[in-house]
Design a protein around this ligand. Structure first.
Ligand code: TYD
Length: 201
């Protein structure tokens, strides 16, 4: 069965490494799989990503709407067709990022974000969201100052709220979330993720 799996976590949590690792594992088994990311994953989405990463001093609401616009492009042209065609789809970030960063982090209304997520995705929800949980300090120091963009250079307090937001979301829907300690060795994390994903396929 086609399955939609999302990786979430703070900056430098190791989620992109784990998303790629799961992608490789499925490929090795000859299973059809698509790996994508947010914001981005389509030509329009990648343009929007460059806007978001530029230092344009966007209003929080403008930022929110840009994330949602990129998401609509991705859902309609990549994720839904992929699932309909029988592929497993893996996304590095999805709707929970907006809840965590723009909602819990920036303080935008959570109900509004839920509504926009629903509209932007046509209600397409992941079968599983894997959260790589890590104290913000560790994530940011792993990442180093060199890669800093407006989100990564946000103050510690913001990163702390994002982390708490993720944990709250995961606690609200434990059947569809897998929360792992991002400080554990990558190999162990891959093994635990595979144990959870395999029965879904
Ligand atoms: P990226 O370079 O992809 O970082 P990461 O490797 O941590 O995913 O940058 C994406 C940034 O955008 C990241 O800091 C999280 C942020 N973001 C939001 O604030 N809201 C969203 O809805 C999404 C998808 C991402």
């Amino acid at each position: 069965m086609a399955c939609f799996i999302v990786f979430e976590g703070g900056d430098g949590s190791g989620k992109s490494t784990q998303a790629r690792s799961l992608n490789r594992r499925l490929r090795r088994r000859g299973l059809p799989v698509l790996l994508t990311r947010e914001p981005g994953g389509t030509p329009a989405g990648e343009s929007i990503r460059r806007w978001l990463k530029g230092r344009l001093n966007l209003q929080p609401l403008s930022e929110l709407l840009l994330f949602e616009a990129a998401r609509t492009q991705l859902v309609e042209s990549v994720i839904r067709p992929g699932l309909d065609g029988g592929s497993t789809v893996i996304s590095d970030r999805y709707t929970a990022s907006t809840m965590a960063y723009q909602g819990y982090g920036r303080g935008l209304d959570l109900g509004l974000i839920r509504q926009l997520n629903q509209i932007a995705t046509g209600g397409l929800a992941p079968d599983l969201t894997v959260l790589l949980d890590l104290p913000a300090q560790i994530g940011l120091s792993r990442r180093g100052a060199a890669g800093a963009d407006p989100f990564e250079s946000a103050p510690d307090e913001f990163q702390r709220k994002v982390r708490e937001g993720y944990l709250t979301l995961a606690a609200e829907d434990p059947a569809r979330w897998l929360v792992l300690d991002g400080a554990r060795p990558q190999r162990q994390l891959s093994r635990d993720i595979w144990a959870k994903v395999q029965p879904l396929l």
